[in-house]
Design a protein around this ligand. Structure first.
Ligand code: DLL
Length: 433
């Protein structure tokens, strides 16, 4: 079902007219209220009143994660604190976290967009949503929660962790939709198995998974293990949280971005030049309805492409391809660029290994080395060492063949790689230590 049929199916011309009006108002507002934006615009010789068409957005300077850090904690807020009703923060791996704020209207907008997203992902009023995204400073838990209530579904605010208890709740409460990170979902499936519970006997129909990169092959793995349809949801705290974009369950082919609230662009990450639809590059967002924490041409570092091809679901909003990774997660191993999700894709093609892996990067004699640790299935682990060695060689060969990078594959014992309760840690880069 389309939650907001008027806005989600707008003809693209009408959508552009709304975007232009909202964009102008946003630019004027940030120029008047956020010194950072005023200085940036002035330096670039850009005046909000000079914006005549959507294409003029290209003349507006970018905002980066570093800019947000430099203005930590509240320097980018466009309203007085008295009007802020919620604060979230994204942890980030280095430096200070990014702090984001919401007015009461922002919370309403977010709930509406998350209701749209859940609906596009297959949820309705009669569904019971087992929400295993973490509640707290992370936007996942509360973002999904408010959207589920807005949709009129029943939400179980179970959060991440306490995994055994989650399985009991799944058995007893009969949830029909699971919302969690793909990596935590794998862990849930594993613990359920240990407890003698089969997902096939539970009532789940759909899983709405996101917050971290995952491959198409991982989708197959999850759909099979859980006996559900797995839908991809995307978002980031700086732009709002979950619900910036979602796949529709009908097509499961690209994520619709809610363009009446966010203007996406794809740029060349090196030159900063805007790229046409269809080309792959860095995703950039401008929020056009947010009050407390508007972002202007925010560089996400996420790599994807956009398509305006009509979708069978009837939504007219642009679709972004599944995010292959963040430019800062991209490993450059002896000159070859690889994303962890590409390695994941290759590993998932081999039956004998489990979807639990970690990449270890090191520098030996000034040369970068990549070791791929992957868990072998229980049944094989007890087998002869020769078989294991053969499998390691095969996987190394596959990685070289598909990605052009040399990697040492090390099969490790089942359950030896740390499980995540939120976002998985896929890369250990010893070069940075
Ligand atoms: O992860 C918001 C979210 C919560 C999205 C729940 C979906 C579900 P942050 O913690 O700020 O916010 O992290 C945002 O996570 O820039 C991407 O790099 C990555 N990411 C989020 N969703 C996906 C996805 C939330 N579906 C960062 N595929 C983003 C790939 C994703 N990467």
């Amino acid at each position: 079902m389309i939650f907001n049929i008027d806005f989600e199916t707008l003809p693209r011309e009408a959508l552009a007219a709304i975007q232009l009006k909202r964009l102008k108002a946003t630019l004027e507002k940030v120029y008047a209220t956020v010194p950072f934006y005023k200085n940036k615009f002035d330096e670039a010789g850009f005046s909000p009143s000079g914006l005549k068409t959507l294409a003029d957005l290209e003349r507006v300077p970018f905002t980066t994660k570093q800019d947000l850090r430099d203005n930590y904690p509240y320097g980018m807020f466009a309203v007085p604190m008295a009007n802020v009703v919620r604060i979230h923060a994204s942890s980030g791996t280095t430096g200070s976290p990014t702090v984001v704020g919401y007015t009461a209207r922002d919370i309403e907008t977010w709930a509406e967009l998350m209701a749209r997203a859940l609906s596009a992902g297959g949820a309705g009023r009669r569904d019971i949503i087992h929400n295993a995204y973490g509640y707290g400073l992370f936007t996942g838990g509360l973002g999904v929660h408010y959207g589920a209530e807005k949709l009129g579904a029943s939400v179980i605010p179970v959060s991440g962790g306490n995994t055994k208890r989650q399985i009991v709740i799944m058995k007893d409460f009969g949830p029909t939709i699971l919302t969690a990170t793909p990596s935590y979902t794998l862990h849930l499936a594993e613990v359920a198995k240990e407890m003698g519970v089969s997902f096939k006997d539970l009532s789940f129909k759909f899983g709405i998974f996101g917050a971290e990169p995952w491959s198409e092959n991982m989708r197959g793995e999850l759909e099979e293990a859980l006996n559900i349809k797995a839908v991809d949801i995307y978002g980031l705290s700086e732009v709002m949280g979950p619900g910036v974009a979602i796949e529709c369950y009908e097509a499961q082919n690209g994520l619709h971005i809610f363009e009446d609230h966010f203007i996406p662009e794809i740029i060349d990450p090196v030159t900063g030049k805007a790229l046409p639809y269809g080309e792959t590059g860095e995703l950039v967002f401008t929020s056009i309805t947010k009050e407390a924490f508007p972002v202007i041409r925010y560089r996400t570092r996420d790599i994807t492409s956009l398509s305006t091809e009509p979708c069978i679901c009837g939504r007219t909003h642009v679709r972004m391809k599944r995010v292959s990774g963040r430019s800062d997660d991209m490993l450059i191993i002896r000159g070859v660029n690889v994303f962890p999700s590409q390695i994941e894709s290759v590993l998932m093609k081999t039956e004998e290994v489990e979807p639990h892996y970690q990449l270890v990067v090191d520098r030996v004699d000034n040369l970068d080395t990549l070791t791929v640790k992957v868990e072998v299935s229980e049944s094989l682990f007890s087998d002869e060492i020769k078989i294991l060695q053969g499998l390691e060689a095969k996987l190394s060969h596959d990685i070289k063949e598909y990605l052009g990078v040399s990697a040492k594959v090390k099969l490790v014992e089942p359950k030896s790689i740390a499980r995540s309760e939120g976002k998985a840690v896929r890369v250990i880069d010893n070069r940075k230590i």
